[in-house]
Design a protein around this ligand. Structure first.
Ligand code: SAH
Length: 247
């Protein structure tokens, strides 16, 4: 069996799972279809987002030992003390991006992701946006993402090793910005790099009392309009922290 796998040059890093795993009941397409149906039943209605989740195999972004859990709605470790985000939260963030006024008018243009991690959300973004810049501060993860994405033919996806705190001025203005790591505040640079009619979605710490106690992390949605910015605090979430500098 190993020889057969090695002879098939089209197979990715987790290819062994398919012939071995199927024998034990790991049927990735069926599990993936079930995840899409589950997201739909939870209220995700954007077909581009659902199509992307149905078209990108999440198990390819995980270590082989975790592959059988890939289609559960859960975050999972990806090494370097980081996690792959929960599919329902990823779907929610992508749907919010797609509903930005500029995206509704002309499709989702150039987007910026802060926190490539293993590359899963970046791959989904590449399916729904015209162009994607994704920044990661941990070199080992940046390289891991490169390996996972090799062979996926996502020519519109650009992976950058760097600190995403200052955004990515060279690519601005963006039709959407999404952060996969949660900060204390939203960096000013991100707001400045947002196009008019575009949205930014970022997990951010929200203090529910004046003295700062009972702080929790929530998805914050910012929309840039010609006259200024609107800000809404949405779902409570748990993302890894946004950190400065390189690692
Ligand atoms: N997008 C991933 C989730 C990765 S977890 C997915 O598809 O599931 C969040 C990532 O943000 C981590 O890899 C972490 O290293 C990275 N990160 C945190 N602060 C950052 C910063 N300032 N710039 C770039 N990446 C950052």
């Amino acid at each position: 069996m190993l020889a057969a796998v090695q002879n098939n040059s089209k197979m990715g890093p987790n290819a062994l799972l398919e012939p071995v795993g199927q024998g034990f009941g790991f049927n990735a397409p069926a599990l993936q279809a079930r995840l899409v149906a589950q997201l739909r039943s939870q209220g995700i209605g954007n077909e581009a987002v659902l199509g992307a989740i149905g078209g990108i195999e999440r198990h390819r972004f995980l270590d082989t030992a975790l592959a059988t859990q890939a289609y559960e709605d859960t975050s999972l470790p990806i090494g370097f003390e980081q996690t792959i985000s929960k599919p329902s939260v990823v779907a929610r963030m992508l749907e919010l991006l797609c509903e930005a006024p500029c995206a509704r008018a002309q499709g989702l243009g150039r987007v910026l992701e802060i926190g490539t991690g293993c590359g899963y959300q970046a791959a989904l973004l590449a399916k729904i946006a015209a162009e994607v810049y994704s920044i990661e501060r941990v070199r080992g993860l940046h390289e891991k993402a490169r390996t996972h994405l090799r062979g996926m033919r996502l020519a519109n996806l650009h992976l950058i090793f760097g600190d995403g705190m200052p955004g990515y001025p060279k690519g601005a203005p963006f039709a959407g910005i999404v952060s996969a790591a949660g900060g204390e505040t939203i960096p000013q640079a991100w707001l400045e790099q947002l196009a008019v009619g575009a949205r930014l979605i970022a997990p951010t710490v929200i203090a529910s009392r004046a003295d700062g106690s009972a702080a929790r992390q929530c998805l914050v949605l910012v929309e840039r309009q010609a006259s200024g910015y609107t800000r809404q605090v949405l779902d409570a979430v748990r993302f890894v922290p946004l950190k400065s500098g390189l690692a």
